[in-house]
Write a protein that binds this ligand. Structure first.
Ligand code: DP6
Length: 329
């Protein structure tokens, strides 16, 4: 049995829009940081005695559940990719658990598919460099999972199957940033990323988004290299707004933000006016990720928790990528 741990990640420049569903190729490159406190642990055992794959998921503070339906199909399809590479048909027992609340609106699929890929590949004895591992993780259908393989700050390149991989641009200790997640709604998102990745192209602003993305990617990368929070923050806010603008103008439109989202955005902007340097970004849900210097993370947490719209917060620093924790021969 092989066990791997992988982090969730938050994108500063978002992957939004899928160019090729077969290979999970994006329209644009993206850039993220791994979250050190939001982890998935997954064990995989290939067992010749099994007639079918068996998957058990344990979400934070919930009893284990046997996966069925679409979640099971996605895991089986990904195990099939790994089995094809290894030339075997052996079925697997997979157990996976999250250490963060599933209702926090943090893409748990990124951590889950990164951990599944690393554990599965290693259980099959496949030798794979990090680039190949991130490409295989990308093909799981959860493209952002490719960014949970390398460590620290990570860029996922646009390209074809061979060239669209994720790589680290800086380790966690290069720059001590924090992501304080403000949870304003614990309902599961109603429209998943997958559907909107396909609808994005129907927005008249999708082309506008893509026109500006290279400049934002370059600015975000430079900001990380120079540890320039002002440049990173303004760039990440512009990119998040651009992603949500596309969502709100696609057909049919989709609105992830709610009143709580707006309350946090306004609060963060007001704190900045007063000298607390923090910036917002939002994924495919209403909750807000507030990025700040790690030294400011507890003051940001305190202020967020004082807002009536915020139910709870999760504090993260920059995390390592996927790693093996236990290998049994
Ligand atoms: C808004 O298809 O990778 O988080 O829906 O969780 O599988 P899942 O994610 P994925 O889309 C991610 C979209 C995003 C932006 C990003 O992380 O780049």
């Amino acid at each position: 049995m092989t066990t791997a741990i992988a982090p969730a990640n938050i994108a500063f420049i978002k992957y939004w829009g899928m160019r090729d569903a077969e290979q999970t190729l994006p329209y644009n490159g993206s850039l993220s940081m791994n979250l050190d406190a939001c982890l998935t642990t997954t064990s995989v055992l290939f067992d010749p005695a099994l007639e079918s794959d068996h998957v058990t998921l344990t979400l934070y503070a919930q009893p284990p559940k046997v996966a069925v339906g679409r979640p099971l199909e996605r895991v089986v399809a990904h195990l099939d990719r790994m089995r094809a590479l290894a030339g075997v048909t052996t079925r697997a027992r997979v157990t996976s658990s999250n250490n963060f609340p599933a209702d926090a609106g943090i893409a748990s699929s990124a951590a889950a598919f990164a951990a599944l890929t690393l554990a599965g590949v290693s259980a099959l004895g496949l030798a794979m460099d990090e680039r190949t591992l991130s490409r295989l993780t990308r093909r799981s259908g959860s493209g952002s999972a490719s960014r949970s393989i390398p460590t620290g700050y990570v860029e996922w390149h646009n390209g074809d199957d061979l060239t669209s991989f994720a790589e680290s641009i800086a380790p966690p200790e290069y720059w001590d940033l924090a992501d304080v997640v403000a949870v304003v709604d614990t309902q599961a998102k109603k429209i998943g990323s997958a559907e909107n990745h396909h609808l994005a192209v129907t927005s008249p602003y999708f082309g506008v988004r893509l026109e500006g993305i290279q400049q934002r990617l370059d600015a975000a990368r430079t900001a990380i290299m120079q540890r320039d929070l002002t440049l990173l923050g303004t760039t990440m806010e512009a990119d998040a707004v651009s992603m949500h603008l596309v969502c709100m103008t696609q057909s049919p439109p989709s609105f992830y933000w709610n009143a709580g989202t707006m309350a946090v955005i306004h609060a963060v902007r007001a704190w900045r006016e007063q000298g607390l340097e923090a910036y917002f970004t939002i994924d495919a849900g209403p909750n807000v990720h507030v990025i700040c210097a790690s030294g400011d993370r507890f003051i940001v947490q305190e202020r967020l928790e004082a807002l009536p719209e915020v139910q709870f917060t999760l504090v993260n620093r920059v995390g390592h990528g996927a790693r093996l924790v236990h290998v049994n021969d």
